[in-house]
Design a protein around this ligand. Structure first.
Ligand SMILES: Nc1nc2c(ncn2[C@@H]2O[C@H](COP(=O)(O)OP(=O)(O)OP(=O)(O)O)[C@@H](O)[C@H]2O)c(=O)[nH]1
Length: 192
């Protein structure tokens, strides 16, 4: 089974004030943490999903860029764009570049659930909160995603409402879900 890694890195970063995917933590950019967690599990290709304003700022060695010309259409649009432009993989492991501490072990655990042929998406849950931007999507999601976008429905939740998906519970110690949306989120992290 072929599983691609997709790093979502084409958002507006309006709460952050500048493109947050390029922020450095311990000398490494947020998006590079996502790439590394995917690469450590031998996922291929690794795709950075972004737009034509941001694309040239990525270190794109041994990754594929999926470049949106229409900006800021949201993660469902981005996933649809990736699935259409990269036809080979069966599954797409999506990681949001503003959740940089996803562990390689988290990715590994999630992948094991792709072996059950019935599910079209695999979504982690922590403290009853689902994380659809740290999740696996089967290629069969392309058609429902297409349908939703044509109706101008743009949320990942809408996609999950239209496919059979599995929720995977993680305990509250799992560090993978720390989301950096604002400078104060990052400041808190740096203070420890
Ligand atoms: N490729 C792509 N990625 C996106 C798009 N919108 C959001 N993302 C990514 O999806 C993840 C979650 O994005 P959000 O934090 O909800 O939105 P954002 O636009 O980045 O930030 P805000 O403007 O503060 O809401 C981030 O990694 C974004 O880079 C998009 O239109 N295209």
């Amino acid at each position: 089974m072929n599983i691609a890694g997709v790093v979502l890195a084409g958002g507006r970063s309006s709460r952050y004030g500048k493109p947050k995917m390029f922020e450095l933590y311990n000398g490494k950019s947020f998006y590079q943490y996502s790439i590394d967690a995917l690469k450590e599990n031998n996922l291929a290709p690794i795709i950075i999903s972004t737009n034509d304003m941001l694309a040239r700022h990525f270190d794109a060695v041994s990754v594929t860029l999926s470049i949106e010309k229409e900006h800021h259409q949201g993660p469902l649009f981005a996933l649809h764009h990736v699935m259409k432009s990269v036809p080979e993989p069966d599954w797409f492991f999506v990681l949001s570049s503003d959740v940089p501490f996803v562990t390689s072990n988290f990715v590994k655990q999630m992948i094991t659930f792709t072996k059950n042929g019935d599910y079209k998406a695999i979504v982690p849950v922590q403290n009853e909160k689902s994380h659809p931007l740290l999740a696996l999507y089967h290629r069969d999601c392309l058609e429902p995603a297409d349908h939703l976008l044509k109706q101008n429905k743009r949320s990942m939740a809408a996609l999950l409402n239209s496919v059979l998906y599995k929720k995977i519970a993680f305990n509250k110690e799992e560090p993978s879900f720390l989301n950096i949306n604002s400078p104060s989120d990052f400041e808190e992290l740096r203070k420890g």
